[in-house]
Design a binder for this molecule. Structure first.
Ligand SMILES: Nc1nc2c([nH]c(=O)n2[C@H]2C[C@H](O)[C@@H](COP(=O)(O)OP(=O)(O)OP(=O)(O)O)O2)c(=O)[nH]1
Length: 168
């Protein structure tokens, strides 16, 4: 049986740009990504999303300004964990992104996202996000570089999506 672990992932948008951070350590090191991490037992998913964003690049958002735009699931061949990643975006934020011990933030034009230096699945779902679509994606990896199989589908309403799932 797979053990599910809950994570957040936040993207800040500013007109035709998206804020990414180069991960400096740990899981996904040297890859550009949004900002996020594990949800702690004492906080809501939205609180965790806002906290991780602030810890990783010093940008502040109100949890209520975060829009849930996607649900991603990652599994890895031979490993018992399912990573359940809740993806959020907003263009309402405060503060200039600053480098921290974990991330080096940088604005990218939506047309110049550095997919060669990102998780391989991002190339598949970023177009949905950049077109303002909501979506569900499921990716099964061998190691961290090869996607063995995946599924992606557009979602009309995230609330309805979660209501239709038993344990979330
Ligand atoms: N874009 C993208 N993000 C991913 C993928 N897989 C994956 O876990 N993520 C995200 C979800 C989380 O935001 C982040 C992993 O969280 P983390 O390990 O940095 O969590 P953390 O900050 O709590 O961990 P720690 O180092 O402080 O212990 O990476 C992926 O394939 N693509």
């Amino acid at each position: 049986m797979l053990v599910k672990k809950l994570f957040t992932l936040v993207f800040i948008n500013n007109e035709d740009q998206i804020l990414l951070g180069l991960k400096k350590r740990g899981f996904g090191v040297k890859k550009w990504n949004g900002f996020g991490g594990k949800v702690e037992p004492n906080e809501t998913i939205l609180e965790a999303a806002a906290r991780e964003l602030n810890e990783e690049c010093c940008v502040s958002v109100r949890p209520s300004d975060l829009k849930n735009i996607a649900h991603l699931e990652f599994t890895f061949e031979g490993q018992p964990t399912l990573m359940d990643v809740r993806v959020f975006s907003t263009n309402v934020f405060e503060g200039n992104p600053k480098e921290t011990e974990e991330m080096l933030p940088k604005w990218f034009k939506n047309t110049e996202v550095p997919f060669d230096d990102m998780w391989p699945d991002d190339r598949i779902w970023f177009p949905y996000m950049l077109q303002g679509k909501k979506f569900f994606g499921k990716f099964h990896y061998e190691g961290f570089d090869k996607i063995l199989n995946y599924k992606i589908e557009e979602i009309d309403c995230m609330k309805t999506f979660y209501a239709g799932r038993k344990s979330t």
